[in-house]
Ligand binder design. Structure first.
Ligand SMILES: Nc1ncnc2c1ncn2[C@@H]1O[C@H](COP(=O)(O)OP(=O)(O)OP(=O)(O)O)[C@@H](O)[C@H]1O
Length: 592
């Protein structure tokens, strides 16, 4: 073996040890975090060694031991005393081990940076879009306007509080700003009409259709409990809450905290079904016999009060095609919303463009809000694993957008469906609609989530940024273990939108440049937050969401995916690259 070869082999060996080190380092990151919280919130006040978990300390000590051995006389005699080849191997191996130490130190610093940033941004909690109000637990508390939507389980009406006569509100101001920014004349006319309506009726009331739940409030709340997952803590009247918490009728479902991209239910109450506009023409069968003799509905039902949004995502996309940046921001909001739900142990299970509501921020950027939790999985233990032992267990709504692992599950005694990445898959499919294409899993294209092959996915237009195309392709991977989580996919979009410079000349192991970028980004978001209304823009909300959920491992995975995508892209663009090279990279990508 030549000296050149020997150096090469030594470095390879060192690199392998380094990679092993990084993997183990990652596994210990969570422990490291836990330990740090035990010691105290500030890293600077603790001695670096004090917050290292014991296995991590052991690991570092072993590596140090290894390095020491390398320097020991016996070791030197054995390897360095011989040929130049042995000396080269030894030198390179030592270099590898030195790199590990440095890498671990960098990792520790980056993890600490992530946690400090996270702590700062977690303190600023998001409060819902409507101003808090104290009344509103009865149907008579509201003025009800025209019908604004209808699904298979409910009709939705615009509403205003009787107890708060409408004044020049925030909604009004926002509307006029949106109107000013709108350039297309016809859209302007439609939107100003919508805005007038939103001004008079800033709320929406969803009246559930009640067939089988009976007419007692407890039974209604129990059978429609999933609708309460996005409910405000004060949504139910105190006594009702007590009955449902302590009474014989079981407990309320878990509830998710407020998030800019998840609907907030402000009030939930039961009341007698009223005869609302269009009821006898549009949904006579679900009315109680008192209102329509042939009706099959029960006398009482559940009402949910929310903010009134001017569009659903589907309606908006029927009249507009978002540009590159706006489309990326819209997709990112869905991923942030899904990640928020996942973290709280909730899977929506019925994501589609009708179940996403849309309004505009003060800059005219669409803000997306995930709504309709009627099919969600929200288990008390926050697990996203559903035992699937009989065909009577519901897999969720809308079978066209059911992730492959859900659609192909066959019931059996120890079968469990894992929903942790199912909503992220649906976001991948909806993203086609956001970028002006047919959803590949609807009739026009006709793929079936049960049996499609990834290579059958239709190409996206070249106007869609390459990173976004990569994220969509990854989200639609059949195998959930090869699919990024919503968090990782969101991180990829954040990095692509705001952190491209941090990725230049970056490899997936060293994260120092990314950590520096995170610090700059945090400072910028904090400054913007102090500067007034820009703090409530969609972009600012997204950046805060990202910074409050930082995790080194998720970030590293996102960087890895993006770098893989960039290399692949460079390979394709390069005139010299051969098809086999690109194919080889794709196989590698499939393996990670
Ligand atoms: N807060 C809201 N603001 C404005 N429109 C709304 C709101 N909530 C619902 N809608 C409209 O009402 C429609 C039906 O609402 P929703 O999807 O919640 O009903 P559903 O019967 O549970 O639907 P599904 O058929 O998906 O089960 C929506 O597609 C939308 O058009």
């Amino acid at each position: 073996m030549s000296v050149k070869h020997a150096i090469y082999r030594g470095l390879e060996l060192g690199r392998s040890v380094l990679q092993l080190g990084l993997k183990s380092g990652g596994r210990f990151a969570a422990k490291l975090r836990a330990e740090r919280f035990r010691v105290g919130p500030s890293v600077r006040t603790a001695q670096p060694q004090a917050f290292l978990p014991s296995r991590y300390r052991y690991y570092r000590t072993s590596l140090k031991g290894l390095a020491a051995q390398l320097q020991s006389a016996a070791f030197r005699r054995r390897f360095t005393g011989g040929s130049p080849r042995n000396r080269a191997v030894c030198l390179a191996f030592g270099l590898g081990v030195g790199l590990i130490e440095q890498q671990l130190e960098d990792d520790r610093k980056t993890a600490a940076t992530c946690e400090e940033i996270q702590a700062v941004f977690r303190k600023k909690r998001f409060h819902g879009p409507l101003k808090p109000f104290t009344s509103g637990y009865k149907l008579e508390d509201y003025r009800i306007g025209k019908q604004i939507g209808k699904g298979s389980n409910a009709a939705v009406y615009e509403a205003a509080a009787q107890f708060a006569p409408s004044t020049e509100s925030d909604t009004e101001k926002k509307c006029s700003q949106v109107q000013l920014r709108e350039d297309k004349e016809e859209v302007e006319t439609a939107r100003s009409l919508t805005c007038c309506s939103l001004k008079s009726f800033p709320m929406a009331i969803k009246m559930m259709w009640n067939f089988g739940a009976g007419s007692s409030s407890e039974n209604i709340l129990k059978s429609m409990s999933q609708e309460l997952v996005p409910a405000h803590p004060l949504a139910l009247k105190r006594e009702k809450e007590q009955i449902t918490l302590d009474g014989q009728f079981g407990i309320l479902p878990k509830r998710v905290s407020a998030h800019p991209n998840v609907i907030r239910v402000y009030r939930a109450f039961t009341a007698d079904v009223p005869l609302l506009p269009g009821a006898q023409e549009e949904y006579p069968d679900v009315l109680p016999a008192r209102l329509y003799p042939a009706g099959l509905g029960n006398n009482r039902t559940l009402f949910l009060v929310m903010k009134n949004y001017p569009y659903t995502l589907r309606q908006y996309l029927e009249e507009s095609t978002p540009g590159r940046r706006q489309g990326s921001l819209m997709m990112l909001q869905l991923l942030e919303g899904v990640d928020h739900l996942c973290r709280q142990g909730v899977a929506h299970r019925d994501l589609k463009s009708d179940n996403v509501l849309l309004e505009f921020d003060s800059d005219g950027c669409p803000r997306l809000v995930i709504s309709d939790f009627g099919c969600c999985l929200a288990q008390r233990d926050s697990s996203l694993q559903l035992p699937f032992n009989t065909i009577w267990v519901s897999r969720g709504g809308n079978s066209s957008l059911m992730a492959p692992e859900v659609a192909t599950a066959v019931p059996g005694c120890s079968v469990v469906i894992d929903y942790s990445k199912a909503d992220a898959w649906a976001v991948g499919a909806i993203s086609y609609e956001i970028f002006g294409q047919h959803n590949p899993f609807y009739r026009a294209v006709g793929l079936e989530s049960r049996r499609y092959q990834e290579k059958q996915l239709p190409p996206l237009p070249s106007s869609v940024p390459a990173d976004v195309q990569l994220v969509i392709r990854l989200l639609l991977r059949r195998n959930p273990s090869k699919r990024p989580s919503a968090r990782v996919a969101a991180n990829m979009l954040h990095l692509s939108l705001w952190g491209r410079n941090a990725l230049a000349n970056q490899d997936s192991t060293g994260m120092k440049k990314v950590a520096d970028w995170l610090l700059c980004q945090s400072a910028m978001v904090l400054l913007k937050g102090c500067g007034g209304p820009s703090g409530t823009s969609v972009e600012a909300e997204l950046q805060r969401s990202f910074l409050s959920n930082l995790d080194l491992e998720d970030l590293r995975t996102a960087v890895g995916f993006l770098l893989y995508g960039h290399q692949r892209q460079a390979c394709i663009v390069s005139a010299r690259s051969s098809v086999t090279q690109v194919l080889k990279m794709d196989t590698l990508g499939d393996l990670d």
